[in-house]
Design a protein around this ligand. Sequence first.
Ligand code: UD1
Ligand code: CA
Length: 471
Amino acid sequence: MADSLAILKKSGLAIAILAAGKGTRMRSKLPKVLHKLSGLTLVENVIASTKLVNPTRKLAIVGYEAQQVKTALAAMTDLEFVEQTEQLGTGHAVQQVIPALEGFEGNLLVLNGDVPLLRPETIENMLKTHRKNNNAATILTAQMDDPTGYGRVFCDENLTVQEIIEHRDCTPEQRENRRINAGIYCFNWSALMEILPHLKADNDQSEYYLTDVIKDLSPVMAMDAPPSEIAGINNRKQLSEAEDVMQARIKDELLLSGVTLINAASITIDSMVTVEPDVIIEPQTNLRGTSVIKAGCQIGPGSLVENSLIGENSKVVHSVVSDSEIEAGGRIGPFAHIRGKSEIGENCRIGNFVEVKKSKIGAGSNAAHLSYLGDAELGAQVNVGAGTVTANYDGHNKHKSVLGDRAKTGANTTLVAPITIGADVTIAAGSTLTRDVDPDCLAVTRVPQKTYPGWRPKYLRAENEEDKPKN
Ligand code: UD1
Ligand code: CA
C-alpha cells in the first residue's frame, strides 16, 4: 500500500503554486496571497480551481512571511510547502520544487498564487489540451482590451507559442499584442527539467523569469480563457474588481438554483456558503464563512450570518449570528446577537436586543426582549422575561446557568451563576437569584414595597390642604 502510494506520488499531476512574493503593490503587511476574496484567501481560491484535475502532489512555494502563509493553510494537510528564501523571480520560485519532485514523471501545473478567478473547468480543459497534443508546455492566455502590465504571448495562428516577453521588456510594437500570459502553465516535467535549471536573469528586473523557459521548449501551445478568469491581483483596486466578479458568479448560481436575492447588489455571500432553494435573502445581508441556510428561510434585511447553520423556515431579521446553530422555525431578531457556538432549538424566538453567547436553548423557548444569556442551558418552552440577565462572570471564570423546561423568569431577573433553576419554576420580576430553585416553585427576592403618602413638600401644597396627612 505504502509502495503504490509512493509510485502514485511520482506520476500523474503535480501542482506548484507561486506564493512567495510580498505583493508590494498591495501596500500591506499581510502577504498578498493571504488577502481574502469572497471569504477565502487568494491562494485558497487558486487551490480550489484545481479541484477537477486530481493532483497527486500539491506544492506551495512560500517565502515572504512563510510561517504566516503556512499557518493560514495548515488545514490543507495534503499541501507541501517549499521555501524560496529570496524572491528572485517566478523561474527561481519553480526551481525550488526540483528537489521535492526528484524522480517525478508526469505533468507540473504551475499556478500564480495571485490569479484567483480561474474556473475548475478551465484548468480541466487546459490539461486535456496539454495531454491530447503531447505538449512540452501549455499556457493559459487571454486577449485583453488593456494588456498593460502582463507578459505578452507571441504565437502563430495555430496557437503554437514562440516566446513570452514581459511588458517592461517589450518594444512599443510588441506591446500592441493583446494576448497575455495568465501565469498558469502546464509543463511536461522532464522537458521542463532540461531548461529550468539553466535560466538566466538577463532582463530589466534581473529576475529569473519562468516565462523564459518557453522559447526553449517545443511544442508549446496557448489556450485562450475568458479575460475575467485570468485577472491577476497586484493591488487593492484589482482585488476589489475581482471581488465583484466572484460575487456576481456566486449570486448568479444561487439565483438560478432557486434563491431570491432582493437588491442583490447590497448582499455579499462568501464562496463556501450553502443556500438551499426557496430562501429569500433581503437587502444589506452578509453570509460568511461556512454558513448553511436551509430551505424556506428569510434572512435579512440587514443581517450577518457567519459560520452558522440556519434551520428550515427560520427568519433572521436585522441580527448577527456567529458560529452558532439555529434549528428549524427560528424567529431571530430584530436586533439579536447569537454567538459563541450557541445552539437554538426548534421554533425559538430570540429578538429585540437579546444577546446569546455559548448557550443551549431548548425547543419552543422565547427570549424576546433585552436579555443576556451567557453560558446558559435552557430546557424546552422556557420563557425568558424582558431584561433577564445571566451574571455568568465573576471576574475570573465563567459559570453556567441552567433553567428547566417551562421555567419563567420575570422581567429584570438576574441569575447569578452557577445556578440551577428547576422545571416549571416561576421567578418574580426584579429578583436577583443566587441559589438554586427546586422544580415547581415560585422564587421571589424582593424588598417589600413601602409607600409613603404626602410626599410632596409643604410649599407645593394648596393653602387649604392639610399639613400632614394622617397615617
Ligand atoms: C507574471 C508573469 C507575467 C504574467 C503575470 C500574470 C513572469 C516573469 N511574469 O508577472 O508574464 O502576465 O504573472 O499575472 O512570470 N512569486 C514567487 N517568487 C518570486 C516572484 C514571484 O513566488 O520570486 C509569486 C508571487 O507571489 C505571485 C506570482 O509569483 O503569486 C507572480 O508574481 P508577480 O511578481 O505578481 O508576477 P507578475 O509581474 O504579475
Ligand atoms: Ca502578478
